[in-house]
Design a protein around this ligand. Structure first.
Ligand code: SF4
Length: 370
């Protein structure tokens, strides 16, 4: 069912746009004790209530007053697509992509990645992205807006429910690696993480199983470090050469590799956690011996592991994946330097759900979502 409002009547404000603190202020303004805010929050997120009427632990008088001034609108799945075409073979775990409709008519995409040990939800933090990385389909959409916290948690709940239905097991991990740069929407990302890690909300996930991916926004990394959260950090490095980084990710012009390295070191020290350096291998761009040498020098100063990933081709994009020969030599070079390296098999490319391929407004094939 679509959340889009078709009538010309003015919409009531959506109570899910309020943060937990704003809910507490609302309850105080309505002369209610603050614990009502926790009850309301639990109904909205733990129980996924779609209307005030069902909130049986809240007095009828308050439910009626809330329904006069507020509506409950959620993000919801309008379409899903699986690598296996929708049928689940018993010993296969196909990646699934979900088109999510937001209450204002915008769309984002989310991806469910099952494996033997994990069930990972990859979620979006923005509609589009303002950073325009040259290899990324989302970056070419331009920027529409930040997601509210509920629009991120609703993605998670939708995939959790679908995973339970399809595989009989729920989510184990959440990665903010879908559309958008999460560090540009940190207030809402923190709010969403607060809900995702809340105990007894249908499913609860520990901070240690949540990862945020960034292209390297130093102020955001510093804020994350200082937040006290123990979530994991992945840095999309893609090159340890300043000029090449700027070519791939124009925002890299704002931060030198030294600044980036200092911010990551501080994260290492304060959280006690390694960072994952994500390096997408692009033929003729960042796959030479010299590129490997620079990457090794950058990585050796940090507590990190390196995750080499294949480039997933996108229609009309000029980049190509590195040849396996150069990839193997690159891996050998990093291992010889004593670094921890994993080569990740790309998942979801068949349905444009792999890294860098998510886009909705002018999709990978130029089409709009139907
Ligand atoms: S790679 Fe990430 S930060 Fe860069 S344009 Fe794509 S979504 Fe934005």
């Amino acid at each position: 069912m679509s959340n889009n409002h078709q009538s010309s009547e003015p919409l009531l404000p959506n109570i899910k746009e309020l943060t937990r603190n704003q809910l507490a202020d609302l309850m105080a303004d309505m002369g209610e004790p603050r614990f009502r805010a926790a009850q309301l929050h639990r109904w909205l997120y733990g129980m996924q209530a779609r209307d005030f009427e069902t909130m049986s632990s809240i007095s009828m008088a308050l439910r009626t007053r809330l329904a006069v001034d507020w509506a409950i609108r959620s993000a919801s799945v309008v379409r899903s697509e699986s690598e296996d075409g929708g049928t689940v073979a018993c010993n296969q775990s196909p990646t699934s992509k979900y088109l999510i409709s937001l209450p204002d008519g915008e769309f984002v995409e989310s991806v469910l990645i099952p494996s033997e040990e994990r069930m990972t939800a990859c979620i979006s933090a923005q509609v589009g992205c303002p950073l325009g990385c040259t290899f990324c389909a989302t970056g070419q959409m331009g920027f529409r807006r930040n997601l509210f916290a509920f629009e991120m948690t609703d993605q998670v709940y939708a995939m959790h429910e679908d995973a339970l239905k399809r595989y009989g097991r729920g989510l184990t991990n959440i990665v903010f690696m879908g559309m958008g740069e999460p560090l540009l929407n940190l207030d809402n990302v923190f709010e969403a993480i607060g809900t995702m890690t809340e105990k007894n909300y249908g499913f609860s996930i520990s901070e240690k199983r949540i990862s945020i991916s960034t292209v390297g926004l130093v102020p955001g990394i510093q804020r994350l470090t200082d937040s006290g959260l123990r979530i994991k950090l992945a840095l999309s490095l893609h090159s340890a050469d300043q000029q090449k980084r700027e070519l791939l990710m124009p925002v890299a012009k704002n931060y030198s590799l030294d600044e980036l390295s200092s911010a990551i070191s501080a994260y290492n020290r304060k959280t006690g956690q390694p960072v994952t350096l994500v390096y997408m291998m692009l033929k003729g761009i960042n796959d030479s011996v010299e590129d490997g040498r620079k990457l090794a020098r950058f990585a050796k100063r940090l507590s990190c592991k390196i995750n080499l990933i294949d480039y997933n081709p996108i229609v009309n994009f000029k980049f190509k994946p590195a040849y396996s020969d150069s990839k193997n030599a690159f891996v050998r070079q990093l291992l010889d330097a004593g670094l921890h390296v994993t080569v990740r098999k790309s998942q979801g490319a068949a349905i444009n759900a792999a890294c860098g391929q998510l886009a909705t407004l002018s999709g990978n094939d130029g089409s709009k979502p139907q």
